[in-house]
Design a protein around this ligand. Structure first.
Ligand code: XIL
Length: 366
C-alpha cells in the first residue's frame, strides 16, 4: 500500500533550499502555532495568569489557554483573601481546581502569592497584631505551600516589599508585616516556604523595575540591595519576578539600563521570570489598529531586551485575552473603549501583540 512520506524536519529544510515555493511551504510547515511552542524552541516557558472563575466557566477560553500556555499563575485564587477566608479556615477549592486543570493539561503552575500587603481578608486587620504576626505568617505559609507541595514550579513568596516613597532608608514598604516583624519577615517567609515544599523554586516578585525614570531606578536599586542582603544571609531564594505592567504611552525605556539590572540580578545566581506582563493602552488613540500596533511594538521592544539575559527562564502575561484583564478596571481608557493589552482579542484571536511575542521568542539568540 502506498504510504505518504512523512516530512521530517531535516527533509523540510532540505526541500526548503530547493525552490522558493517549497521554501515558503516548508517555512509554513515549520512555524509553531502557539506561544508556548515558540518559547519552547528556545528552552523558555510562556504562560499566563488565569482565574478559576473564567477557566471553569468558559470552555473555549480554557481550550485556547491550554493551546497557548505551558504555565499558569492563579490570578487571585491562592491569595490570602481567597484561600484563607477565616483565621482557622482555609478554602482550597478554587486553587485545587486550577492545580488539577494544570495537571490534566500538562501545564506547570506558579504559586502567587504567600506574602503581600494587599488582597487580605477582613479578619486580618482585626485579628493579627505584633504578638501573633509571626505565628500567623508561619502557619499560613506552612499550610498553603504544604498543601500544594510538589505541584508548584515557582512561588512568588514575597510580593511588592519595596516602596521607596514610604521613607525607609532601604526602600522597604512599611506594610503591616514590616511594622510588626521588621525586614526579617522576608527571610522568614522564604525559609518557611522552602521547608514546606523543598522542590519548588522561590521568587521575590515586584513591579516598577522597567523604565528609565528616577522612580524605577530607585526601585531597581532597592530591589537589588534587598536581593543582595537575602543572598548574603543564605535565604533560600532562587529568582526575581518582574511584574512588567507596562504602559504603551510611556517612552522612557532604556534597554541598556534594564539589561544591566538583569545582569546584576543574574550575577547573584538568581533566575528571572517576567511574571505579569501586560501593556496598558490607556492614553493611546481610539483607533484600535493604531493601538494594537503600539502595544505590539512595546511587547517586542521589552521582550527582545529582557530575553537577551540568559537567566530569564520564562514569560507570563497577566491574562491571555482582552476579554479578561484586570486593566479594564485598574486602567480603563478615558474614552471607555474596551482595553486591548493582551496577546489575544476578546474573541480569543491572536492580535499583533501575539505576533510580537512569538517573534521575540523566535529571535532570541541562544
Ligand atoms: C490583581 C488581579 O489581577 C485583580 O483581579 C485583583 O483585583 C487585584 O490583583 N500585582 C500583582 C497581582 O502581583 O497579584 C495583581 O493582580 C496585579 C498587580
Amino acid at each position: 500500500m502506498f504510504k505518504k512520506p512523512r516530512l521530517t524536519r531535516r527533509k523540510a529544510i532540505y526541500l526548503g533550499g530547493a525552490a522558493l515555493g517549497t521554501t515558503l511551504l516548508t517555512g509554513w510547515l515549520r512555524q509553531p502555532k502557539s506561544l508556548k511552542a515558540y518559547a519552547a524552541r528556545k528552552g523558555l516557558l510562556y504562560g499566563a495568569a488565569g482565574a478559576y472563575s473564567k477557566l471553569s466557566e468558559n470552555q473555549e477560553f480554557a481550550k485556547r489557554f491550554i493551546e497557548e500556555c505551558a504555565i499558569l499563575t492563579p490570578e487571585n485564587d491562592l491569595k490570602w483573601k481567597a484561600i484563607h477566608p477565616q483565621p482557622n479556615q482555609y478554602d482550597f477549592s478554587q486553587g485545587d481546581w486550577l492545580a488539577n486543570f494544570a495537571q490534566r493539561h500538562q501545564l506547570k503552575m506558579r504559586g502567587h502569592t504567600l506574602v503581600w500587603h494587599a488582597y487580605m481578608p477582613d479578619w486580618f486587620k482585626e485579628t493579627v497584631d505584633r504578638q501573633n504576626a509571626e505565628s500567623t505568617l508561619v502557619e499560613h505559609i506552612t499550610t498553603v505551600a504544604g498543601h500544594y507541595q510538589g505541584l508548584i514550579h515557582s512561588w512568588d513568596v514575597v510580593n511588592e516589599a519595596i516602596k521607596v516613597e514610604d521613607g525607609h532608608p532601604l526602600g522597604l514598604r512599611k506594610s503591616a508585616w514590616f511594622n510588626w516583624l521588621g525586614e526579617d519577615y522576608i527571610d522568614l517567609a522564604f525559609r518557611v516556604a522552602s521547608e514546606a515544599d523543598p522542590k519548588a523554586m522561590f521568587f521575590y516578585n515586584d513591579y516598577g523595575l522597567d523604565y528609565d525614570t528616577e522612580y524605577d531606578e530607585n526601585r531597581r536599586n532597592a530591589v537589588l540591595n534587598l536581593l543582595e542582603r537575602l543572598k548574603a544571609r543564605g535565604t533560600p531564594i532562587h529568582g526575581l519576578g518582574l511584574q512588567a505592567h507596562l504602559l504603551a504611552k510611556e517612552k522612557r525605556f532604556n534597554a541598556e539600563k534594564l539589561r544591566q539590572f538583569l545582569r546584576d540580578v543574574a550575577s547573584l545566581d538568581l533566575k528571572i521570570m517576567i511574571t505579569e506582563l501586560d501593556v496598558s493602552d490607556k492614553g493611546l488613540p481610539y483607533d484600535y489598529q493604531k493601538r494594537d500596533r503600539r502595544v505590539a511594538e512595546v511587547y517586542e521592544m521589552y521582550l527582545s531586551t529582557v530575553l537577551e539575559e540568559p537567566n530569564v527562564i520564562g514569560v507570563l502575561t497577566w491574562g491571555l485575552s482582552d476579554r479578561y484583564t484586570w486593566l479594564s478596571k485598574h486602567r480603563p481608557r478615558n474614552d471607555n473603549a474596551p482595553v486591548r493589552p493582551l496577546p489575544l482579542d476578546r474573541e480569543f484571536k491572536p492580535k499583533l501583540a501575539w505576533e510580537s511575542i512569538a517573534r521575540s521568542f523566535e529571535t532570541v539568540n541562544l
